[in-house]
Structures are given as C-alpha cells and as structure tokens.
Design a protein around this ligand. Structure first.
Ligand code: URA
Length: 210
C-alpha cells in the first residue's frame, strides 16, 4: 500500500502560500512567509508523533505527563531551498537535530547530483523529516530519501510546500512507504522542470539570487 499524500489545507497555510505565489512578493516577505508556513507545517506533520508518559513534579505534586518518544527528531533540508523551511520547523521543535543533503539538478538531464551529505548519529532511533519546498520532477526528493534510507531512520516523512502530479508519482514509485505532506498539488510540470502555476524558483525567491 502506498503511503498517503497529506494536503495541509489549513487556512493560515493556504493564505500565506497565496501571498508567496504572487510575482510581486519581495524576497523579504517570501522568506518570512516560508518561515511562518514552516512552523504551521511542523505542527501538522508532528501531529501523530509517538509519545511516552513520564513522571514529573509540578510545584504542587507529582504527575504523569507526556513527552515525544525516542531520540530527537531530525529535520533534513535538501540544499539549498529546503533551508528556507528549516527555521520555521526549528521554531516549533528547537531541540531537533538537523541533517543536510546537498543536491543540484543537472540543467540538461534534470537528474539530481549529490554534493553534500551530513546527518547526526543514531539515525535508527530518530524520525526524519525531509524538507524541500518544491516537489517538481521528484528527482531530488527521490535521491535524498534513497541516501537517507541508508542510515536506517525509524521513520521518514517528506514535506514540501508545492507538489505536482508528476513529482508525486515519481516519488511514490520510488518510495511508496514515505508519506508526503504538501501545501498544494498544482496542475503540472513544464518542460523545464518548473511547477505550473507554482511560485517560480523557490531558491531564487528565498535568497534573492535572481
Ligand atoms: N524548483 C523550483 O524552485 N520551482 C519549481 O517550480 C520547480 C523546481
């Protein structure tokens, strides 16, 4: 069975995504909005995180209360656009570990080429959340999750802001066990690997490089 695609249709996420899509949105606002959406997505993506009961002391008496189970979560942004979501996730889970996977798209073949890979130890006890704003061809996400699986994390989730049917199909074919969380599923991929209508080049819009 293929893991589900969750469309995070909370009004706050949709509102901010609409503002981000606008051509006239500045780099400053684009980055701020992505940051805010990151926090809202983190809230949704960790909704069913496994929990443990522990005994604590309030100022008045002992009680049983719950903590997220296991070693710390690992957020894994795919460089470079994935880092745009990272701060928002860390705002909500400040103790999370962070791994980085560096991939670039070969402009001719659109195939993902790895140039950086650094994850914390003890991955088999950790839940990994991969971050990349655009699930376009799906090649980067497929390659990133392939490498991540070599470290045997306890679980993997894929988070993006905008996906398209082609990217979802490619990703699910390679990783049917990994659920996808996205803010939207847009119409299609164009011949240059951009999502339509999309929001343009996420990396350029985050970092102001165009
Ligand atoms: N990467 C982007 O930044 N935007 C797209 O539309 C597709 C891939």
């Amino acid at each position: 069975m293929t893991a589900p695609v969750h469309v995070l249709d909370h009004p706050l996420i949709q509102h901010k995504l609409t503002l981000m899509r606008r051509r006239e949105t500045s780099t400053t606002n684009f980055r701020r909005l992505l940051n805010e959406i990151g926090s809202l997505m983190a809230y949704e993506v960790t909704r069913d995180a496994p929990m443990n009961e522990v005994t604590i002391e309030t100022p008045l008496e002992p009680m049983r209360s719950r903590l997220i189970d296991g070693k710390k979560l690992v957020f894994v942004p795919i460089l470079r656009a994935g880092t745009g979501l990272l701060d928002g996730f860390l705002n909500v889970v400040p103790g999370a570990r962070v791994g980085h996977i560096g991939l670039y798209r070969d402009p001719k073949t659109l195939v993902a080429v790895e140039y950086y890979f650094k994850l914390p130890g003890g991955m088999h006890e950790r839940d990994a959340i991969v971050l990349d704003p655009m699930l376009a061809t799906g090649h980067s996400a497929v390659a990133a999750v392939e490498r991540l699986k070599e470290t045997r994390p306890r679980s993997i989730r894929m988070v993006c802001l905008v996906a398209c049917p082609e990217g979802i199909a490619t990703f699910q074919e390679a990783h049917p066990d990994v659920p996808i969380y996205t803010g939207a599923i847009d119409r299609e991929l164009d011949s240059h690997g951009y999502i339509l209508p999309g929001l343009g080049d996420a990396g350029d819009r985050i970092f102001g490089t165009k």
